[in-house]
Design a protein around this ligand. Structure first.
Ligand SMILES: N[C@@H](CS(=O)O)C(=O)O
Ligand SMILES: [Fe+2]
Length: 239
């Protein structure tokens, strides 16, 4: 059917043919534009776009209805290639790892690329009541999960539940309902890189707690400062 913006003269075949060809040209133009857009987005950018669509529009920050399995399968489908995300991944061997901001997921999330120094890792920490999905983009990461200590426990060592190793392209999930964790790069020579989706972005707003494994004592750490933002290094970063 002809679009209402272009009225079709019923008895003029030439004009009708002309209109059909105009419509076809318009369709081709649309396809070209779409193709052009897709061509401009590399597969990592398409992944970010897909994550944002899954998170939904910026209608409210609370992601109680977030579909973790859907987000995990979106992240699983992406085949990591450094050429796609290398611009975000800043390494700094003077730190255990760098936190590089990629996107805020329509205001509902924090999407970060972390670059892990060989042999170094994070402190034991919680995730500020948010979902955390992690995909390994390069190398290997080791995760130790601990039981969440009870609020009343004083001077009690944390209980380690399991240690897992994840290789490139693997995806894993943690939340405070599962427990605490720490992550490290076991490779003595090569960096590792991971993509982390936090939703809602509570850690960036409120910070998260780091725990001493021997005593269970915790302290709040601010997580709102990034080593780089959209690929550009932030010289004032202090965490
Ligand atoms: N959740 C940590 C990284 S990891 O150890 O999972 C962070 O955002 O710094
Ligand atoms: Fe974590």
């Amino acid at each position: 059917m002809a679009p209402s913006a272009i009225p079709l003269p019923p008895n003029n075949i030439l004009q009708e043919l002309d209109l059909e060809s105009q419509q076809q040209q318009q369709k081709n133009k649309c396809l070209c534009l779409k193709f052009h857009d897709d061509q401009q987005m590399n597969p990592f950018e398409s992944l970010v776009d897909e994550i944002k669509r899954a998170l939904g529009p910026s209608s409210g920050i609370d992601s109680a209805d977030v579909d973790v399995e859907d987000l995990m399968s979106i992240m699983n489908r992406y085949q990591s290639d450094e050429i796609h995300w290398g611009g975000f991944a800043h390494e700094d061997l003077s730190r255990n790892y760098t936190r590089n901001f990629v996107d805020h997921g329509n205001g509902k999330a924090n999407l970060l690329i972390l670059v892990w120094t060989p042999g170094k890792g994070s402190l034991v920490h919680d995730h500020a009541d948010a979902h955390c999905i992690m995909k390994i983009l390069k190398g290997t990461l080791q995760e130790t999960v601990y039981e969440m200590p009870s609020e009343t426990a004083v001077n009690q060592p944390l209980k380690a539940e399991r240690v897992s190793t994840f290789g490139t392209n693997e995806v894993t999930y943690i939340s405070d309902d599962i427990g605490l964790h720490c992550v490290s790069n076991p490779d003595p020579k090569n960096i590792a890189v991971s993509l982390h989706l936090y939703t809602p972005p509570w850690a960036a707003r409120r910070g998260c707690y780091c725990f001493c494994a021997e005593t269970g004592k915790k302290h709040l750490v601010q997580m709102s400062n990034y080593y780089s933002v959209h690929g550009k290094v932030n010289r004032k970063c202090d965490n």
